[in-house]
Design a protein around this ligand. Sequence first.
Ligand SMILES: O=C(O)c1ccccc1NCC(=O)[C@H](O)[C@H](O)COP(=O)(O)O
Length: 215
Amino acid sequence: MTVTVKICGLTEPAGLAAAVAAGARYVGFVFFAKSPRHVSPEQAADLVAQVPLGIAKVGLFVDPDDALLRAVLDKVPLDMIQLHGAETPARVAEVKALTGLPVIKAVGLAEPADLDALWDYGLVADMLLIDAKPPKGAALPGGNGVAFDWRLLAGRQILKPWLLAGGLTPDNVAEAIRLTRAPGIDVSSGVESAPGIKDPDRIRRLIARATAPIL
Ligand SMILES: O=C(O)c1ccccc1NCC(=O)[C@H](O)[C@H](O)COP(=O)(O)O
C-alpha cells in the first residue's frame, strides 16, 4: 500500500510546485492569523489555481466561526476542511453541514488516555490527523515540529482514514511509518528552510522516503 502524503502550510508557488511534482496527494493552506504560514484568501486562491486535478486542496482552520469559513470558501475552491483547534465532535458535524465538504479533524496525542478522542472524532470526521500535542506555552496548536511517542499507535485500529503528523522529517519518516503503519502522513515544518518557506529538496526527499516500500 502506498503511503499518501499531505504537505501543509504552503505559502508560495515554488513549495507548492515541489509538493505536486514529488507526488503529494493533499496540499494544505493555513487560515490562522497567528501562524507564520498564514495565507489570505486572495493568496490562497492564486495558489490553489495552480493545483492539478486529483490533488486535494485542504484549508486549515483553528476554531473558525461560520463567517470565516464562508469568507474563505467564497474566494477559495477548497476540497476539504482541516480543523486544528479545540472543536468538539458536534462542531465538526456542524462544519461539515455548513460547508458541504469533508472534514479532517486533528487530534493531539501525548499519552494513552488521549487515544479515546480518536474514537469520538472518528464517529463524525471524514479523516483524522493524529498529531503531537503542542508543547506547553506554544503559540500554535500545530506545526510545531514536535513528535509524539509513535509506539502509542502500534497495533491500533483507527475508525477512519488517517494521517500521521508531528515532527516528521526526511530522516525519521520511514521509522515513523514502520512503527505506526500509518496509511498517510502530514508534514509542515520538517520540510521548511524557514517558518512558512518550504524547501523543495526536503519535500522531494521526504516523499521519496515515505513512499518507498517498507521492509
Ligand atoms: O502550521 C501551522 O502554522 C499551524 C498553525 C495552527 C494550527 C496548525 C498548524 N499546522 C498543522 C499542520 O499542518 C502540521 O502538519 C502538523 O501539526 C504537524 O506539523 P509539523 O510538526 O510542523 O510537521
